[in-house]
Design a protein around this ligand. Structure first.
Ligand SMILES: [Zn+2]
Length: 91
């Protein structure tokens, strides 16, 4: 019953610098999105940090659960992952 709650008091959006540096180094400071054709995006345009398992679904802010995505793919993934999960939760 807690899946729809938004905990605005939790600092889930804040990613410590140490974790940011490790994720950037691991991913080569480029978008890690891999398309259906198996090609990696590799864009360095407006990079953002994406939770592989969304925070809303219990994902942690850790190096293992974070990856680098360009802004376009971050939004694409958020809609794909959260959109389907939210629809499932609403039914
Ligand atoms: Zn990308």
């Amino acid at each position: 019953m807690k899946c729809r709650s938004q905990r605005t008091d939790a600092p889930t959006r804040a990613i410590p610098d140490a974790i940011r540096q490790q994720v950037l180094a691991r991913d080569g400071a480029a978008c890690t999105f891999v398309g259906a054709d198996g090609k990696r995006c590799g864009s360095t345009w407006r990079l953002e940090f994406d939770h592989v398992i969304p925070v809303a679904l219990g994902g942690e802010t850790s190096v293992e659960n974070l990856r680098v995505l360009c802004r376009a793919h971050n939004q694409f993934e958020a809609e794909r992952v959260l959109g389907s999960e939210y629809q499932r939760a609403a039914t």
